[in-house]
Each structure stands twice: as structure tokens, then as C-alpha cells.
Ligand binder design. Structure first.
Ligand SMILES: [Zn+2]
Length: 263
């Protein structure tokens, strides 16, 4: 039997039987972990509101053996990010980021840098853009801001899971793409050069700024602010969605939310 604790983020929560919860945690030291909270549904004293999606803090776990789910022994929540609920766009984004993280990570593989990025992104969401939109222009600006926050985390997640291509050469002919234009082929989800573009049916130009940002993500250079100042064309959001769609097979409730997030 192993007893341990680690900082983590709740990325999923399901009711199990009468009164238990099965939660999925993304833990800095342990990666993605599923665990059972005995009596978690009614336990307002022991774990008041501890297992809402987006909560961050320290979670204690008891691992009895390989054949049973771990048990949650304690939780100390630092941040109840569910309070983003005041802002519908932010709460959808929170559930979406938790959902794609849950869907794309395998259990028990650690991703400490991605963990830091998710925490950083969620905190950014929590701390910024709280002013209610006074006009349609402001509302549109706030929605564009959320889209870029989303892209920031998506690129990190796709890079970490090996789904995002290096974007340094054409995926069809292998020609280096240093500085030249890059196109995304809608049907195949590949990033190709100008010559291979003509052979494909529908393609969209990927702006150089986005390619640079993707490289910066790889080099772990950039903070979120570089993203927030960049104009992101619609096609780029379609590209990340399609890349993920190739890997997420099971129906994902959160997946439908992407429609409400699309610019
Ligand atoms: Zn090519």
C-alpha cells in the first residue's frame, strides 16, 4: 500500500453508485489519476466543494493495489476556479480545457510542464478580463481573448502529447519550411508546403506569426501575453480542433462545446 499527496487539478468528476464520486486529477507529480471519493457526494463536512472541475490544491491518495481505484484521503483546495461560473464564456473554456486534457493524457504518465501550463492558463483566466462588457465591441474583444487563451493551452497540450507536428518541414514532401508559407490541408489535417498545397483540395494559409508561436511553445519560450497580442485567424482554431479530433474517438460531451467556442 502506498500513501502519498501531490498538488493537482480536478479535471473530471462522476457520481458513482449512491454516494461515491470518481474523480480524475491531473497531478504535478503523478500525471493523470482516477480515484474514488467514498461518500463524496454527501460529504460536505469532510470535503466541502473540493471536487469541482477546475479546483486546484493538494490531494492525498491511498493506493491499495493495482486492481482497485485509489482512494482520496484528503484534499486541501487552494483555488475554487469554479467561481469563473460568473462568466459563461470562461466556465465553458474551463470545462473544455479540463475535458481535452482528460481525453488526451494517459493515466500515470507525468507531464509536469504541461501541468504548470494548465495552472498558469487557469489562473490567467481567473485573474483577467473580469470587467463586464459594456458594449458589443468589448464583448467581441473578450471572446477573442478567450479564444487565444484556448489556443495557448491547446498548442501546449498538443505539443506535449506529440500530436502537434514540428512545423519545420512539409508533411507531404519533407521540404524544409523555413520562412516559407505553410498551409493546413483540411481533409488530411497535414501541414504542407506551397507545392503540395496545389495537389490538395481545400487548404488554408497558416500565418507566419502562428508558426512562430508554435515554435516558441516547443522551445518553451513564450508566456501567454505573446499570444494575446497576436491576430489569430479562424482557420487556426479549426486546425487544432481537427488535430485533436483525430485522437479523441469516444464521444466527448465537452467536444460539443467547441461549437460555442469557435470564433
Ligand atoms: Zn511539400
Amino acid at each position: 500500500m502506498r500513501i502519498f499527496s501531490s498538488e493537482g487539478i480536478v479535471i473530471n468528476k462522476l457520481r458513482y453508485l449512491e454516494s461515491d464520486l470518481i474523480i480524475t486529477l491531473f497531478m504535478k507529480g503523478e500525471g493523470k489519476i482516477k480515484a474514488i471519493v467514498k461518500g463524496g457526494v454527501n460529504s460536505r463536512k469532510r470535503f466541502p466543494g473540493a471536487f469541482e472541475i477546475g479546483n486546484t490544491g493538494e490531494f492525498g491518495l491511498v493506493d491499495k493495489n493495482h486492481y482497485q481505484l485509489m482512494h482520496v484521503s484528503h484534499a486541501r483546495i487552494d483555488n475554487y476556479l469554479i467561481t469563473l461560473k460568473k462568466d459563461y464564456g470562461k466556465i465553458v473554456l474551463l470545462f473544455y480545457m479540463a475535458g481535452i486534457t482528460d481525453a488526451l493524457l494517459s493515466e500515470h504518465h507525468t507531464h509536469p510542464l504541461l501541468y504548470d501550463n494548465l495552472l498558469y492558463t487557469l489562473n490567467h483566466l481567473n485573474q483577467n478580463g473580469d470587467e463586464p462588457a459594456a458594449s458589443e465591441t468589448q464583448a467581441a474583444a473578450s471572446s477573442q481573448l478567450l479564444d487565444r487563451v484556448r489556443l495557448f493551452y491547446e498548442l501546449h497540450l498538443l505539443r506535449e502529447t506529440g500530436i502537434l507536428p514540428a512545423l519545420d518541414k512539409c508533411e507531404t514532401c519533407g521540404t524544409p519550411l523555413s520562412g516559407g508559407p505553410m498551409y493546413f490541408v483540411i481533409k488530411t489535417g497535414k501541414f504542407v508546403c506551397g507545392s503540395c498545397r496545389s495537389a490538395a483540395a481545400d487548404t488554408v494559409l497558416i500565418p507566419a506569426a502562428i508558426v512562430q508561436l508554435a515554435h516558441a511553445v516547443t522551445a518553451r519560450e513564450t508566456g501567454i501575453h505573446a499570444f494575446l497580442d497576436t491576430h489569430v485567424p479562424h482557420a487556426v482554431f479549426n486546425a487544432t480542433t481537427q488535430l485533436m479530433g483525430n485522437y479523441i474517438e469516444r464521444p466527448l460531451k465537452i467536444w460539443r462545446m467547441i461549437d460555442t467556442l469557435q470564433p
